[in-house]
Design a protein around this ligand. Structure first.
Ligand code: MG
Length: 369
């Protein structure tokens, strides 16, 4: 809601919405919570007294409406000081400034009850590859996250960190570009149990990857700490459209995945209204994100009880993926496997019925089932 329609080629097209008003309006729309960057609530350069005044007023709005702040994050990309990176800037003084800003945002998040701290390294990357030693930059990235975990632990906060991968934009190349890169990186950290992922629909889709596959792997690794839902067309700039406005099928399978996994995290929308919109359009956008999620949730429930879809799933042998591959018992499994006869021609002959299955899902999503 705070996005004012600015893009790389044009200025803001709508006036700011006061954060307190945004909280009230979101509550009216039925939202559970609200998120923001530290700078969105407390402008950089505010005095300690100004900061406290802003936070007290915001606290009051939360109490009045019952809205929660499930996640906190910090903006380490807008200020010119971060032009060469924040946690991975070559200048250690910039890295320390970024870390201090992060600790302040962790404090603010804890004060507002956030249990997840998202780290999106918007400037952690490079255009001129000669200017950066990538392994050394990853060491610095890890050091900053390790330090943040140590700080959270020492302060006694109940908070976890969620890394948000992105392939590029605003940098030519960003570090930790995909869910897979970030998952591997987490295992090199000092507190791997405290660090998970915040995958974003647009970011994985920009890489040409399936968002729901990325989320499924994060869930499989027990690392889905948070999620950023929006809409995106592959191969385009970071669009951050209303959830479900693009990529309907991936959005559907994503919602189905989260609901069937009974994932208990926030259904969080990191998106913004089209630049064409006035404030009414912004609220239409907010309503649309939530409404589409709920529609897809209902579609996922129908998928589970649709007889023809269930029959098609049986033809596709979906349930058989849950059967063990290796023969039992373990002591004789190699022998048993060697002795098993395989009619590979027969195995290669039958169809899996995917055309029918996919058409049934398409019809479900088009609203005629
Ligand atoms: Mg995001």
């Amino acid at each position: 809601m705070g996005n004012r329609g600015r893009d790389p080629f044009g200025h803001e097209t709508r006036p700011p919405i006061d954060p307190i008003d945004a909280v009230k309006r979101l509550a009216d729309l039925g939202a559970y919570g609200v998120n923001f960057h530290d700078d969105d609530l407390v402008p950089p350069g505010s005095s300690a007294a100004e900061r406290d005044q802003i936070v007290i007023a915001f606290h009051r709005a939360l109490a009045d409406t019952g809205l929660r702040v499930p996640m906190a994050t910090t903006n380490l990309f807008s200020q010119p000081v971060f032009k060469d990176g924040a946690f991975t800037a070559n200048d250690p003084k910039v890295r320390r400034f970024a870390l201090r800003k992060t600790l302040d945002a962790i404090d603010l998040g804890a004060e507002l009850g956030a249990s997840v701290f998202v780290m999106w390294g918007g400037r952690e990357g490079v255009e001129c590859d000669a200017a950066v030693d990538v392994p050394a930059a990853l060491d610095c990235y890890a050091e900053a996250i390790n330090a943040s975990c140590a700080y959270i632990t020492e302060q006694g906060y109940e908070m976890e960190i969620a890394i948000e991968p992105k392939p590029n934009e605003p940098r030519g190349n960003l570090f930790l570009p995909t869910v897979g890169h970030a998952l591997a990186f987490i295992h090199e950290l000092e507190y791997p149990e405290m660090v998970g992922l915040n995958p974003e629909f647009a970011h994985e889709t920009m890489s040409g990857l399936s968002f729901h596959h990325g989320v499924a792997q994060a869930l499989w690794a027990d690392k889905l700490f948070h999620i950023d839902l929006n809409g995106q067309v592959p191969g385009k700039y970071d669009q951050d459209f209303r959830f479900g406005s693009e990529g309907h099928k991936d959005a559907f399978y994503l919602v189905k995945l989260l609901e069937e996994a009974e994932w208990n995290g926030m259904r969080h929308f990191d998106a913004h209204a089209y630049r064409t919109e006035d404030e009414d359009g912004v609220w239409e956008f907010a309503r649309g994100c939530m409404r589409t999620y709920l529609i897809l949730k209902e579609k996922a429930a129908r998928f589970a009880v649709d007889d023809e879809i269930q029959a098609a799933l049986a033809v596709a042998k979906v349930d058989q993926l849950g059967l063990p591959t290796l023969p039992e018992p373990p002591e004789t499994r190699w022998k048993t496997l060697r002795e098993e006869t395989f009619d590979v021609d027969a195995l290669a002959t039958y169809g899996y019925g995917h055309e029918r299955l996919d058409q049934l899902v398409t019809e479900l999503l088009l609203g005629i089932r």
